[in-house]
Design a protein around this ligand. Structure first.
Ligand code: NAP
Ligand code: HSE
Length: 362
């Protein structure tokens, strides 16, 4: 294991408390070979046995006794190099790291396909809510036309508390950090970068193509023209109150839909009708809706962040690899080049007192 923070410590706890339940198809028990962290003493104080710990992640990955690498350290480097190194030598990888997937997913997928290693990443989208596996496997017979939803628990938690309790944005962000929902740098949450990373991963599963994540729009339009602050950073209590008077809740909505050969993709604060399932999705919950042909609309909802919920997806991926299930794309091919996304167009908008123009979703 690489990392034993909010998510990793829950995975370690599962090995220590109920390791008997973690078995491969032939009944062999999965063994935790080691846990790499930056500060070994801190993790010992947190209850992880010292014998398991190291501050040398590259050595752990290279250990010939290690078959599977679980990356829950986060960030870009060294996570990318460590995962790439493991896959290059045929070791399977489980990761929760949507940043690395969104920025280097095509390269990691190509490497895994070349060596036959499995790459699994269910925890990267929706926390404990399974959606990626279902897209590739259970919905494999469908042409997916669109995915949309609430994919960032921190911002939904903040917007819900601002709306229900009239609390200041900075107060609520501190609560989300204490609960373990926010990224190490919470700007990634509130500026929509985390949701855009997740949308790129969702698009790969839905449309069989990695999007250039830098082309996913995150800046809402201004009534006066041009674009406002990224993600939810320009949303005010006054906007939330004015929207509520019209039966609308402000949510950070990620959308991607096919438009001929291109994909329209954005992560924008959106005014969502209260009387819809997305409008009623509150707190840290995520909800992802998928439009497919012939299935119609299918929705996935559940806890989108937090250590215990996310460890469910990480451990599920570990068991899947031990059982020989393969990668999260489940044989669903992908086009070997990045696709630039275009900005989605909205037919109806709501103008907030702040001067932000919100797309409306009914
Ligand atoms: P975290 O609490 O910050 O934990 C990170 C862990 O990785 C810590 O144990 C840290 O060690 C270790 N680490 C970081 N850089 C390292 C390095 N260079 N060498 C060795 N160890 C290193 O992060 P987290 O919230 O668990 O998130 C982990 C990953 O899961 C991220 O990619 C995140 O986006 C993703 N994720 C998180 C959630 C969530 O709800 N938190 C949900 C889904 C996905 P020290 O403690 O010693 O510094
Ligand atoms: N920071 C992320 C969120 C963690 O709030 O959704 C789960 O991916």
């Amino acid at each position: 294991m690489l990392g034993a923070g909010t998510v990793g410590r829950e995975v370690v706890r599962a090995f220590l408390d109920r390791g008997d339940a973690l078995r491969s198809a032939d009944g062999a028990i999965l063994e935790l070979a080691g846990v790499a962290v930056r500060d070994v003493a801190k993790s010992v104080r947190g209850g992880i046995p010292e014998a398991l710990l190291t501050d040398a992640p590259a050595h752990l990955v290279a250990d010939p006794d290690v078959d599977i690498v679980v990356e829950v350290m986060g960030g870009d480097e060294p996570a990318r190099t460590l995962m790439h190194g493991a896959l290059s030598t045929g070791k399977s990888v489980v990761t929760a790291n949507k940043h690395v997937l969104a920025h280097h997913g095509l390269d990691l997928e190509t490497t895994a396909r070349r060596t036959g290693a499995a790459l699994r990443f269910e925890a990267a989208v929706g926390g404990g809510t399974p959606v990626l596996g279902a897209l590739a496997l259970d919905l494999a017979a469908n042409r997916i036309d669109a995915v949309r939803g609430i994919v960032n628990g921190t911002t939904n938690f903040i917007l819900t508390a601002m709306s229900a309790e009239g609390r200041a944005y900075s107060d609520v962000l501190a609560d989300a950090q204490r609960a373990g929902y926010a990224e190490a740098d919470p700007r990634g949450d509130v500026e929509g970068e985390d949701a855009a990373n997740k949308l790129a991963v969702l698009a790969r599963q839905a449309f069989g193509q990695w999007l250039d994540v830098r082309t996913i729009t995150r800046a809402p339009e201004l009534v006066a023209g041009g674009h406002g602050p990224l993600g939810i950073t320009g949303v005010t209590i006054e906007d939330i109150t004015a929207a509520a008077a019209q039966g609308l809740a402000i949510k950070l909505i990620a959308t991607a839909s096919r438009d001929g050969d291109t994909v329209l993709a954005g992560v924008l604060p959106t005014a969502v009708a209260f009387d819809t399932p997305l409008g009623r999705t509150d707190g840290v919950l995520n909800r992802i809706e998928v439009d497919g042909e012939p299935v119609g609309r299918v929705a996935f909802a559940g806890p989108g962040a937090g250590g215990p919920a996310t460890s469910s997806a990480v451990l599920g991926d570990l068991i899947a690899i031990a059982r020989g299930v393969g990668s999260t794309w489940a044989g669903h091919p992908s086009v070997p080049r990045l696709l630039r996304a275009s900005r989605p167009v909205s037919s109806e908008t709501f103008e907030g007192p702040s001067g932000l123009r919100y797309p409306v979703l009914r």
